[in-house]
Structure formats: structure tokens, C-alpha cells
Design a protein around this ligand. Structure first.
Ligand code: URA
Length: 176
């Protein structure tokens, strides 16, 4: 297994899929390498691509607010994405792109060894929990994968679009 520094530097120069040609930055992830909770989003948006850090735009602000409501802050959790480079126009990452990128997240998870993993949104839940994951029905439920407890909640961008889902997302995070 690569150590953290080698993993990060290999990831930052990755060209395994065409997203590498349009990115400004690889968004590797942020947080302590011994975090107890790993949050997994879908993929970088425009702000993240420009700054090289996950969840720094409006969705990130909402994520920070939600973490604060459960007495967590981003300095205590690790935040990563299924794909490390921005899909053009924020489209969903293609299966091939997810497959090409997946080993980076798996390696991060194996090095961090978090107690809990929280998928943010349907795409991350389908990739990490199961391909037929239904976010409206299965958010907030715990699953066992990779010897860890994993749950999914709504993606903060979905909560920006649909405020009525916020109480459900908040109660998912309270379980955490
Ligand atoms: N949405 C994501 O899924 N990830 C980010 O890093 C930012 C927005």
C-alpha cells in the first residue's frame, strides 16, 4: 500500500481519464488522515476545480453549516469525492470516469480507516453502497461495507435546490 504522501502525489498527476485534460486542479480531499468520519461527495464543481479543495462553493457552505449543527467542523472530518477532477459543466461523472478514479478513494479509505462513512447524494451512494441505492428511500440507513458502517444523506446541492429535504438530512446527520 502507498503511504499518504506517495498516494497524494500520484493522484495529483493522474491522467487515467479524459477529465484530467479539462481540470485546473485535482481535488484530492481535505482533512486529518486519522479522521473518524469520511464524507464522500460526487465530484468537484467549478469552485473546487479552481481552488483544489472539496466543497468550497455554496454546497460546501451548507455542508459546513450542517456539520456545525451536529457539533462537528470540517477540520475533524475527511472530505473526498468519487471523482477527483471536475466533470465538464458539472454533469454526473460517467461510469468509466468513476471506475478510473475509484482506486484513489479506496486507498484513502484504507489509509484513513474511518469508523463511519457518509455518502453525500445518490451518485456517491450508488458508487459506495450499492448500484441501485434509492436516496429518497434509503437515506439515513446504515449499511455495512468494507468492515465499516456507511450511510448516505442528501447532497448539499440538492438541499440548496429543495429546502424541504433539509430536516431529513439534518436528522440523518444527527444519527451520526
Ligand atoms: N459537490 C461535490 O459532490 N463535491 C464537491 O467537492 C463539491 C460539490
Amino acid at each position: 500500500m502507498l503511504n499518504w504522501e506517495s498516494l497524494q502525489s500520484a493522484c495529483l498527476s493522474c491522467t487515467r481519464c479524459p477529465l484530467s485534460q479539462t481540470r485546473h486542479h485535482v481535488v484530492f480531499g481535505v482533512g486529518p488522515q486519522d479522521a473518524e468520519v469520511l464524507f464522500v461527495g460526487e465530484g468537484p464543481g467549478e469552485n473546487e476545480d479552481l481552488q483544489g479543495e472539496p466543497f468550497v462553493g455554496p454546497a460546501g457552505k451548507l455542508l459546513d453549516d450542517m456539520l456545525e449543527m451536529i457539533d462537528l467542523d470540517r477540520s475533524r472530518v475527511y472530505i473526498a469525492n468519487i471523482v477527483k477532477c471536475r466533470p465538464p459543466h458539472n454533469r454526473d461523472p460517467l461510469n468509466e470516469e468513476q471506475a478510473a478514479c475509484r482506486h484513489w478513494l479506496d486507498a484513502q479509505r484504507d489509509l484513513i480507516r474511518p469508523k463511519l462513512i457518509v455518502c453525500l447524494g445518490r451518485i456517491a451512494a450508488m458508487a459506495v453502497i450499492k448500484p441501485d441505492f434509492r436516496i429518497t428511500r434509503e437515506h439515513g440507513q446504515w449499511f455495512d461495507r468494507y468492515g465499516r458502517r456507511i450511510m448516505a444523506t442528501y447532497h448539499p446541492s440538492a438541499l440548496l435546490r429543495d429546502v424541504s429535504k433539509r430536516p431529513e438530512a439534518f436528522s440523518d446527520l444527527r444519527i451520526l
